[in-house]
Design a protein around this ligand. Structure first.
Ligand SMILES: [Zn+2]
Length: 480
């Protein structure tokens, strides 16, 4: 049996701090925000005045001085480690900014995500993983002591860092990053290739060559929207009442710097809304994980459409449509399929968003340019009746296999150019190419990713070493 590769991954679980630990965590969350804002301001002013870039080493030295000052003495009462992580995060944020991957780092407001990160010392046993049967794991952290974690799976590999966070509903979570995690063995797939058409009414329509499977969308937000709106209206009324008591006009925004009192009722509605959002999130996450795992278990080759989800959620249609795009979380689904495919050693093929998967007749190949949003249609060329999504899934599967035939599985990630036949099929879909006079023969480049996929970069004290990738990706047929 071939040795399975090791991976990097994260474990996420609920965490149950004691009352004392919750108080320390509350201080740490606030102090981390303070340190972030302080460090960002230092970097900005150093660049403005002296044209120097303060890196995290310089900031760390300044921070040591800051902890000694009498007015910020309270910082020295807290463990140092999470603040080092904050300074590293700021460094990373600037790196992303200079590489044009992100916007300039911004100050964190009072409502910013509450989270602190500790790195785990490899020489000490800070984390008790719990046995095979145990319900609990424990992590010992500076300033906090032994924190209890609800263990949901076996913690394997080298555990690198722990982030503790608190959501709006007051639930605490721990995310543990790990590397050198031995890969679990996946059973051999049952089918060769599936085409997956992701959508809003059906989350995914899957065609495996013979049969069609349809997974309904969870519509997690839509199901709770009426209740959510009721809660939000109530909160809005309570807010207006609070503003009136403080002599402000509730029809206008609360002026900057004014703190509104928090009545017990308003606090309760706020928590209720947060709990509802937490529930929505969980329903959605459950559906996405189930679907992505099933797909990866089932097929050797998975063909997806490379949707421009962000652009869809931003720019298209009415607000209700954009909301349902965000509710379906298709980008997250595609991300999960990608990393799980990497773990299981499957091949993932993304077909360009401009491939006419819906408009093409899967029987005769005719492109029905007049197709609007109808669910069912009849091909004007051959008369075949089509269900929109099923037809798209069939087309995607076929297109994916065609791309795969043109690329060798051993090359890993590479660009595949389209043939002249493909270009004819796309003509009319992308008029701007012809206008610009760019060759229509070399049509949209497609990404073929063969596993193992690039593991996600982790936030560690030092860049984690990538698992050795000397093993050649497994051949398409005949998994070991
Ligand atoms: Zn047809």
């Amino acid at each position: 049996m071939e040795k399975l590769p090791e991976i990097e991954r994260a474990y996420r679980m609920r965490c149950y701090p004691t009352a004392r630990q919750r108080r320390v965590l509350a201080r740490l969350f606030g102090a981390s925000r303070f340190v972030w804002n302080w460090a960002l301001e230092r970097r900005r002013s150093a660049y403005r005045c002296e044209k120097t870039r303060l890196n995290w080493v310089a900031l760390s030295q300044e921070f040591t001085q800051l902890r000694r000052l009498p007015e910020t003495r309270w910082l020295s009462e807290l463990p140092r480690e999470p603040f080092n992580q904050v300074l590293r995060d700021l460094e990373k944020a600037y790196e992303n900014f200079f590489a044009r991957r992100a916007r300039h780092p911004r100050f964190h407001g009072r409502r910013h995500r509450r989270s602190v990160r500790f790195t785990l010392d490899q020489r000490r046993r800070q984390l008790e993983r719990g046995g095979d049967e145990g319900r609990w794991a424990y992590v010992t952290l500076p300033g906090l002591g032994r924190v209890k974690l609800r263990r949901t799976e076996t913690l394997e590999g080298r555990l690198r860092s722990v982030s503790l966070s608190c959501d709006g509903a007051g639930r605490y979570f721990a995310a543990i990053t790990a590397d050198r995690v031995p890969q679990q063995a996946w059973s051999a797939p049952r089918t060769h290739a599936v085409g997956v058409d992701m959508g809003l009414s059906a989350l995914a329509v899957v065609h495996d060559g013979q049969r069609i499977g349809r997974t309904p969308a969870p519509k997690a937000l839509a199901a709770k929207l009426i209740r959510l709106r009721r809660y939000q209206r109530r909160q809005r009324r309570q807010l207006a009442a609070q503003m009136r008591t403080q002599g402000l006009d509730p029809r206008q925004r609360c002026p900057k710097g004014v703190r509104l009192g928090l009545s017990r009722r308003r606090a309760r509605s706020r928590e209720r809304i947060a709990r509802l959002h937490g529930c929505i999130r969980q329903v959605r996450a459950h559906a996405l994980h189930q679907l992505s795992t099933t797909l990866v278990r089932r097929a050797e080759v998975i063909v997806l459409e490379d949707l421009r989800v962000k652009a869809m959620a931003r720019g298209m249609g009415r607000r209700a449509f954009r909301r349902s795009v965000a509710d379906a979380a298709l980008g997250e689904l595609s991300r999960q399929i990608e990393y799980k495919a990497g773990w299981a050693g499957r091949t993932l093929i993304r077909v360009d968003a401009f491939y006419p998967s819906s408009k093409r007749c899967s029987e005769c190949g005719h492109i029905h340019a007049g197709l609007r949003l109808e669910r069912h249609w009849e091909c004007p060329a051959c008369g075949a009746r089509h269900d929109r999504d099923e037809n798209a899934a069939k087309n995607l599967r076929r297109e994916g296999l065609r791309i795969l035939a043109g690329s060798s599985p051993a090359t890993g990630k590479r660009r595949v150019r389209e043939t002249a036949r493909g270009a004819v099929a796309y003509r009319g879909q992308r008029p701007e190419r012809e206008v610009r006079g760019v060759d229509c023969v070399a049509e949209p480049a497609l990404w073929v990713t063969t596993a193992p996929c690039q593991p996600h970069p982790m936030m560690n004290r030092e860049p984690a070493r990538r698992p050795a990738r000397a093993e050649t990706p497994r051949a398409l047929s005949g998994t070991a």
